[in-house]
Ligand binder design. Structure first.
Ligand SMILES: *Cc1c(COP(=O)(O)O)cnc(C)c1O
Length: 461
């Protein structure tokens, strides 16, 4: 008890205690995630094929199922020092407000200008591109967090950065767009007429507001059309989850210092990178049979990839130019309804997390956005931080679990990932505050339409 009472409001690691390696959970998995497939031949993608699109070192990381730990290069460690360690906060005020015996902690990743955890992988990917002697990188961004993070990393390393931004966001989120441009990135609304795939989509769907899958296709094409450019991606891929393991490594080191053992670990899941990173070292212990934790992935009811999707090979993008991944998916043609958590509107899920979920190492729940914003507001009032709508999915379920503890009297320890801040999401908060936000849950027919477009791959049969 006395040990618990002495736990500070915020636990910060000292510089000397910061993790110097990423943890690769695939090394400890018996059932490895299925390999990426070439969309033409449906054979596993080789390193040679992947190198045409991705940076060399990142291809090695993508294919590496063997090495448990990977050294973080010194330049990246130096960059991390600008905004890390991220604090692990004991949510004393929230606990008091909820009158729960549960102990709640959150790992706050919003302490940088991009406002989210995405910078952890952006700097790694920009570093490897620079190291390879490339001129620049291309990417897509939905709500804008990834584009912002990448433009910051590229500015730091003096690398050219070209961002295809989903058109609705480009128009509705001018502030994120301008942050990117301030850091020197070139931002193009997608679909655009600068790529063949963009022109095709514009022809088929004139006036479309675009989608993440479509912007990915454009960014990939743009990279392959320019000498010295490669494509980078802010989520979904295993390399991204690897970089994000810094979140979990720091969290575990901080908890270990005080002898705290979580019962439940919660994270929001879009493409799966923050959740995968947060839980990585804990899942590692589970996989090795050393410890057990309840792990909960939280997704929007409007885009229920894990809870209602299929575990099959699918395209990662709408244009079907990217490799196929075996993952939980709603189909690359599934267009989720306009949700205010743009970062969670992806049809698929990281293949490692998908395999862990299929093998029963984690649970998944879906929540509706009005309940999410209500939780966000409750959290903001007592903990001071105005959370991103994406992060608030995790807040909602952390509160739900804490309230269950109140009923049963159990003193469970809950850790959740607070992935970012919501300052650029005030239009969404405005809708909620005005009482005009609605919930949309796709019908079975909506889902069937998405599934109908799934490729027929023998490996699934
Ligand atoms: C992008 C984003 C997410 C979702 O992406 P994952 O890859 O699933 O982590 C969650 N929260 C914030 C703040 C984001 O920007």
């Amino acid at each position: 008890m006395s040990k618990q009472q002495s736990i500070p409001y915020k636990i910060y690691l000292k510089e000397s205690e910061m993790p110097k390696q990423w943890y690769n959970v695939r090394a400890d998995m018996v059932n490895k995630p299925a390999p990426l497939l070439n969309p033409q031949t449906l054979q596993p993608m080789t390193a040679e094929e992947l190198k045409v699109v991705f940076c060399e070192e990142l291809v090695q990381q993508e294919l590496n199922d063997a090495d448990r730990y990977i050294d973080i290069p010194q330049e990246i460690l130096d960059f991390y020092k600008m905004y890390r360690p991220a604090p692990l906060v004991r949510a004393y005020c929230l606990e008091k407000k909820l009158d729960t015996p549960a102990k709640i902690y959150y790992k706050f990743e919003g302490n940088n200008t991009s406002g989210s955890h995405k910078l952890n992988s952006a700097i790694a990917q920009a570093y490897y591109a620079k190291n390879q002697g490339l001129k620049g990188v291309t990417t897509e961004t939905g709500a804008g967090q990834w584009g912002t993070a990448l433009s910051m990393a590229c500015a730091y390393l003096e690398l050219d950065c070209q961002v295809y931004m989903v058109k609705v966001s480009y128009e509705q989120k001018p502030f994120r767009r301008e942050v990117m441009r301030t850091y020197g990135a070139k931002v193009t609304p997608s679909p655009s007429d600068t790529t063949e795939v963009g022109r095709k989509i514009l022809e088929a769907f004139p006036g479309t507001g675009g989608s993440l899958g479509c912007a990915i296709s454009e960014a990939v094409e743009a990279a392959s059309n320019q000498e010295g450019y490669r494509y980078v991606l802010g989520s979904v891929l295993n390399q991204v989850m690897l970089h994000q393991s810094i979140i979990g490594m720091e969290t575990k080191a901080a908890l270990d210092q005080y002898g705290i053992v979580p019962d439940i670990i919660i994270g929001c899941a879009g493409g799966g990178s923050n959740l995968g990173g947060l839980i990585a070292p804990f899942v590692g212990e589970k996989l090795r049979g050393e410890k057990d934790y309840r792990i909960i992935a939280v997704e929007p009811a409007s885009c229920p990839t894990l809870t209602r999707g299929k575990y099959v090979y699918d395209y990662c993008d709408t244009g079907m130019v990217c490799p196929l991944a075996k993952m939980y998916t709603l189909g690359s043609g599934f267009i989720p309804s306009a949700s205010h958590a743009g970062g969670l509107r992806y049809h698929g899920m990281n293949s490692t997390l998908s395999q862990l979920y299929a093998d029963g190492y984690m649970e998944a729940v879906s929540v509706e956005q009005t309940a999410v914003f209500a939780a966000a507001k409750e959290f903001a009032k007592v903990e001071g931080i105005l959370p991103a709508p994406e992060s608030s999915h995790a807040i909602k379920v952390a509160i739900d679990e804490a309230l269950k503890c109140k009923e049963t009297g159990e003193e469970k320890t809950i850790v959740f990932g607070l992935t970012g801040t919501g300052y650029f999401d005030m239009m969404s908060y405005e809708k909620f505050n005005n009482g005009v936000m609605s919930d949309y849950i796709p019908t079975e027919e909506d889902l069937q339409r998405g599934f109908a477009g799934l490729p027929k791959v023998e490996a699934d049969m």
